[in-house]
Write a protein that binds this ligand. Structure first.
Ligand code: SGN
Ligand code: CA
Length: 526
């Protein structure tokens, strides 16, 4: 070698390559999850908001890997979805089926992070957790615990490793979570081991408070409405009774109305939550009717999308970090959300329903070793599949009692059906939003739902001819045979997943009141 500097450079490159190489068969995992991020607000899906509110960084994952177009939730609210993701089990099996008065997550049960940890991975969870109990199965955890475990956009309170609590005042919660996650990767983890990081945002959850830097977005005129913004809920009894209409159930906190001065803490809370139960208010007396509804929608959708922009930026930071540190080839990167959300469809905000907007979860995954760039997959997948799939990717045995299925073969471009139908069950009622408990089945074309708590209503949709689910076909005699077939399949799924209780027993689950033991007010914050 003539040039010693050249030699040294080559030596350095090959050494750092071999250091990376140690882990080639055990991929690292970065599982990114936001809260309430609808598929329509991830531009890779090319849905109705994609040009208005692009998410270029989240989309990078699909450019490099795969976009899953039919990934569904098993119970569309925060805690229950997270519990299903961790355990690979339905809510009634893992025991966490409601947020409101549903108790705490039993962290002593088997979860996929525990299995990663046992197999020699460094594991961490940073950001939103919302399961009540202290995280288990992690070498490092820093999770938001204030506002009932929801965390807040500003001054969020974090619990660190189940012991110390800290209020982070310097950054918006999304920027803080990004900062902490990168710090853990860069400085805190044991670099000799592969890692599994859960990187989880509060945004874009209610009350949609974006970081200052995104407030200048969407200031130029109104954003469009979804096609069924003015739904009249004809033929759908449960939909007529909810409390989640943009027009009638948004409160002053949601819409950023400043309170008068001098209110006590209690009065302030009353002031801000005014509107939740349909109380009428208007920001000025001239704004009424359709104009008022549009005004509320604009305030809502713009702030929601600004929060999404903050998440997108934080995702970009993580992807950059992985690239700059030679980690992206050997890291599985996933972007998802605990469930979907209504962005004005049916006139709504929030989630819970088995209708598409809240049933669907965004799911983008990159892993250059096996996933072809820019691939698209439309298999029927569930959140309970995430745990077995991640374990499979890492070559860790999947416990027999996990109810989900690994979709690793689908990542390798084998697009055989994982399943022919998915099963769903939602329990929480009446708080929040008065969504009637229901269960149902969705095949690639049809959806059959039973609302059973204090009504006995069935709904059937043909998703091919009616993708917005406006036309309930249940009473149409042409569908008699199909309904019979779907009910039979539904029963079979209930037996398969051990959810074949009586309606009375299901109602008891809704009525069950289990107060949270875990209470952040008892913790010392500094
Ligand atoms: C809070 C919200 C509800 C929301 C639930 C569940 N009310 O209670 O609107 O549906 O969270 O959200 S708020 O007045 O506190 O904003 S979830 O993400 O935890 O499922
Ligand atoms: Ca959520």
């Amino acid at each position: 070698m003539k040039n010693p500097i050249f030699f040294l450079i080559i030596l350095f490159i090959s050494l750092s390559f071999s250091a990376q190489k140690d882990n080639t068969d055990t991929p690292n995992i970065v599982f990114i999850m936001s809260d309430d991020h609808a598929v329509s607000a991830v531009s890779a899906y090319k849905d109705w908001l994609s040009e208005i509110a692009p998410t270029p960084n989240i989309d990078r994952i699909a450019e490099k890997g795969m976009l899953m177009t039919r990934t569904f939730n098993t119970n569309s609210i925060c805690g229950p979805s997270r519990a299903s993701i961790l355990t690979g089990k339905y809510s009634h099996v893992n025991g966490f089926f409601k947020n409101e008065k549903g108790g705490d997550f039993d962290g002593s049960q088997m979860t996929f992070p525990k299995l990663f940890q046992k197999s020699g991975y460094q594991t961490a969870v940073i950001g939103k957790w919302h399961l009540g109990t202290t995280p288990t199965g992690f070498d490092y955890s820093k999770v938001m615990i204030n506002w009932g475990g929801q965390g807040t956009y500003f001054n969020p309170v974090f619990l660190v490793n189940g012991k110390d609590t800290i209020v982070e005042r310097q950054r918006h919660s999304s920027a803080q979570v990004a900062h902490d996650a990168i710090k853990w990767l860069d400085e805190k983890r044991d670099k000799k081991k592969p890692f599994m990081l859960m990187y989880q945002f509060k945004a874009p959850h209610r009350p949609w408070q974006p970081d200052e830097e995104f407030k200048s977005l969407f200031t130029d005129g109104d954003l469009p409405h979804p096609v069924n913004f003015n739904d009249d809920y004809n033929g759908r009894e449960a939909a007529k009774k909810q409390w989640m209409e943009i027009e009638n159930h948004m409160n002053r906190r949601d819409l950023k109305i400043d309170p008068p001065e001098g209110l006590s803490r209690y009065e302030l809370n009353e002031y801000y939550s005014y509107g939740n139960q349909g109380e009428f208010w208007t920001p000025n007396d001239t704004l009424q009717g359709a104009a008022l509804k549009n005004w509320k929608y604009q305030r809502y959708i713009k702030d929601y999308l600004r929060c999404v922009a903050g998440v997108d930026k934080a995702v970009g930071k993580m992807l950059d970090y992985l690239e700059e540190n030679n980690l992206s080839e050997n890291t599985v990167v996933i972007y998802t959300s605990d469930q979907g959300f209504y962005l004005g469809e049916h006139g709504w905000f929030d989630k819970r329903w088995m209708y598409e907007e809240s049933l669907k979860m965004p799911f983008l995954i990159s892993y250059p070793k096996i996933v072809e760039p820019e691939s698209i997959n439309s298999n029927l997948l569930l959140n309970i599949d995430f745990a077995p799939t991640l374990l499979d990717l890492a070559g860790i045995d999947i416990p027999k009692d996990m109810q989900g299925q690994s979709f690793l073969p689908q990542l390798k471009s084998n697009f055989d059906d994982v399943r022919d139908a998915v099963y769903y069950h939602y329990y929480e009622y009446p708080k929040w939003h008065m969504v009637q408990p229901h269960y149902g089945i969705r095949t690639s074309r049809y959806k059959l739902i039973h609302f059973y708590y204090d009504m006995d209503e069935w709904e059937l949709y043909d998703l091919e001819t009616d993708p917005n689910e406006m036309n309930n076909l249940y009473a149409n005699s042409n569908y008699y045979t199909l309904i019979k077939k779907l009910k039979k399949r539904l029963k079979k799924l209930q037996r398969q997943y051990k959810d074949d209780m009586t309606l009375e027993e299901m109602r008891e689950m809704t009525d069950m009141v289990v107060e949270r033991i875990y209470n952040e007010e008892n913790l010392n914050t500094r």
